[in-house]
Design a protein around this ligand. Structure first.
Ligand code: AMP
Length: 120
C-alpha cells in the first residue's frame, strides 16, 4: 500500500486542518479524537509518512520507533491514567476497519473499558 498524502492526518500534520493537540515532539503528534469513545481518547501519530503499524514497524528508524513508543507512554502518564489503566490499539487495514491510512494508535481511558473484543 503506498502512502496517500491527502489523508486527513497528513493534512493535520501540514497544518491544513486544525487538531486539538495533546502532545508534540520531533517525531510524534498526538491530538484528541474528533469522536471520542471514552473520556480520554487520544490519537498518537508519527510525523513520518507511514500507512499503518505494519508499514511503520518495517520501515521506521530506531529513533522514530523509540520516540513513538515513549510518547505513547508519556501521554498516558500525563493524562493521569497510569494507576487506573488505559488501552492502546491500532487498526491495521481492511479486517481491522482502519479508516485513516496514516499510522495512529488510539489511547483510550478514563472509564472501565470492559473486555477488548466481543465474542466472534
Ligand atoms: P481508525 O478507524 O482506526 O482509522 O480510526 C480513525 C479515527 O480518526 C476515528 O476514531 C475518527 O474519529 C478519528 N478522526 C477522523 N478525523 C479526525 C480529525 N479530523 N481529528 C481527530 N480525529 C479524527
Amino acid at each position: 500500500m503506498s502512502y496517500d498524502p491527502n489523508n486527513i492526518f497528513a493534512k493535520i500534520l501540514r497544518g491544513e486542518i486544525p487538531c486539538d493537540k495533546v502532545y508534540e515532539d520531533d517525531h510524534v503528534l498526538a491530538f484528541n479524537d474528533i469522536e471520542p469513545q471514552a473520556p480520554n481518547h487520544v490519537l498518537v501519530i508519527p510525523k513520518g509518512a507511514y500507512c499503518s503499524f505494519d508499514d511503520f514497524s518495517a520501515k521506521a528508524s530506531a529513533e522514530e520507533i523509540a520516540s513513538y513508543i515513549r510518547a505513547i507512554g508519556k501521554i498516558g502518564r500525563d493524562l493521569g491514567l497510569s494507576s487506573c489503566g488505559y488501552r492502546i490499539l491500532s487498526n491495521i487495514g481492511q479486517d481491522a476497519n482502519q479508516e485513516v491510512p496514516h499510522l495512529h494508535v488510539h489511547l483510550v481511558g478514563g472509564k472501565r473499558l470492559g473486555r477488548m473484543l466481543s465474542s466472534a
